[in-house]
Write a protein that binds this ligand. Sequence first.
Ligand SMILES: Cc1cc2nc3c(=O)[nH]c(=O)nc-3n(C[C@H](O)[C@H](O)[C@H](O)COP(=O)(O)O)c2cc1C
Length: 184
Amino acid sequence: MTVLIAFATVEGQTAKIARFISNIAKEAGYYTRLINTDELSGPVSLDGAKRVILLAPVHERRHPGTFEAFITSHKDELAIRKSLVLSVSLKAAFASGHEEAHDYLNEMLLRTNFKPDATALVAGAVRPENYGYFEKEIVQHVVLLGRNIDPRDGAREFTDWDELASVVMTFLDENDQADLTSLK
Ligand SMILES: Cc1cc2nc3c(=O)[nH]c(=O)nc-3n(C[C@H](O)[C@H](O)[C@H](O)COP(=O)(O)O)c2cc1C
């Protein structure tokens, strides 16, 4: 069975997460197809994919426009497939940030009018080597306000790879079981 993994990324962490998901799905016996929504010039066919995992980072409270456009322009094709949406942010790295991280995800789903079968928040990373002055200020003084983390100290990854693997495999396995039951 083929799993389509559609992602957007700005500094690279979500691309790394997408590759990780592809690798663990392949190890579990699935075929995978990776799509970077920033590289699309128009709609693509989702034929052949029975499951879809969509993931994107949050920058200034929103997921990238190309990612939202992908969801909006493929809504009918997505609606007939089992789907998991992962929202990657730094607020997701801290319990006190979860409410805000949920807001980003819910607002995106409201805007696109998309109702996935499952969703999860995923903690991203601080990658100062990819920031200009403006990005460094936003991350330090807005996103990480009140936390003892300084982008000048270098890259820091908050993604919990074990938890992510568990979310992805639960989504894939549960839906496999549902398919087998419906065939009985
Ligand atoms: C300019 C900028 C704005 C950001 N805004 C937010 C934000 O509003 N909320 C949040 O939780 N994380 C925010 N982040 C953190 C990113 O979501 C996090 O670094 C994520 O790992 C980026 O993924 P990417 O490398 O795939 O682009 C921001 C990061 C940058 C550089």
